[in-house]
Design a protein. Structure first.
Length: 290
């Protein structure tokens, strides 16, 4: 019959097979490797880290009527989120085990004494930023209390910077050579010298009870700390696995993104500057922003 159409038999051995990627294929972008490493973290632990942060966002609107439980959730969620960020930074700095194009480590590779140290250091650093911001934005008793806390937090942050700086060269031989081998030490020495200079200025600004200098000098300490981490990692973006050039997008993609960046960056800087201008000056209970 005309409508009786049967499918021809196909020998599967004749079908084309998928070609395997060659050994010189470009390695994955860092995001893919890091996200794959994050998937190794059990679901329960991810929920424990994320859940309090949702409450932080929910209670972000400032209110003096928050209960003790809500304040605990607010502070605890921010603490866990910052700690997780610092641990992630330490885990990346100590290196991610990559084989071929995939993460090859285990569930708990991210949790080490060094990553916990970087987590604690970041918590202390953010607390110092918050205290100096209160110095800049408030008056009276709250400002005095922020000054008092800033002294202790600054000493704790300097200790954390020192501990991370001492521990980092022991992670990889490359880090040791980058900081202490000749002539590299000539190029890297300005970073600790600048940290010492900024620290002296910060101590002086706190002693003289300046309003604005402590916050911006704390930002300078953060910038120098991240510059030190960048010096240690260069030229890797995922240490010991993927370099900057291996992770780079094709030239066409970079040119395409350049046009977007050229438009968006000025817009972002513009509305951010406007927001800072609107909320300039001290925060006073009897005044508001219009």
């Amino acid at each position: 019959m005309q409508g009786d159409i049967r499918q021809p038999k196909i020998d599967k051995s004749e079908l084309p097979t998928k070609s395997k990627p060659s050994s010189d294929f470009n390695p994955p972008i860092p995001d893919a490797v890091i996200q794959e490493a994050d998937l190794e973290l059990p679901k329960k632990q991810r929920k424990i880290l994320i859940a309090p942060h949702k409450h932080v966002i929910r209670f972000w609107s400032w209110s003096l009527s928050l209960s003790k439980k809500e304040r605990f959730i607010f502070a605890g969620g921010a603490l866990l989120a910052t700690m997780a960020q610092g641990i992630a930074l330490g885990a990346i700095l100590q290196g991610i085990h990559v084989e071929g194009r995939h993460y090859a480590g285990g569930w708990w590779d991210w949790l080490t004494p060094f990553s916990i140290l970087t987590g604690v250091a970041l918590v202390i650093g953010y607390a110092l930023l918050g205290a100096t911001w209160l110095v800049m934005k408030t008056e009276g008793e709250l400002r005095d209390r922020a000054y008092h806390l800033s002294w202790f937090l600054l000493l704790a942050m300097l200790g954390a910077i020192g501990a991370v700086s001492i521990a980092t060269p022991f992670l990889h031989v490359q880090y040791t050579q980058r900081w202490f081998a000749w002539p590299n030490i000539v190029l890297t020495a300005p970073v600790p010298v600048a940290v010492a200079a900024v620290t002296v200025l910060l101590l002086r600004s706190l002693a003289n009870k300046y309003d604005y200098q402590p916050f911006f000098l704390t930002l300078a300490l953060f910038a120098l700390s991240y510059a030190g981490l960048g010096i240690s990692m260069y030229p890797y973006i995922v240490p010991q696995s993927i370099t900057i050039w291996q992770a780079a997008s094709p030239e066409n993609s970079q040119v395409f993104m350049l046009f977007g960046v050229a438009v968006l960056i000025p817009l972002i800087l513009g509305y951010t500057a406007w927001a800072y201008w609107v909320f300039r000056g001290k925060v006073k209970p009897e005044s508001g922003y219009h």
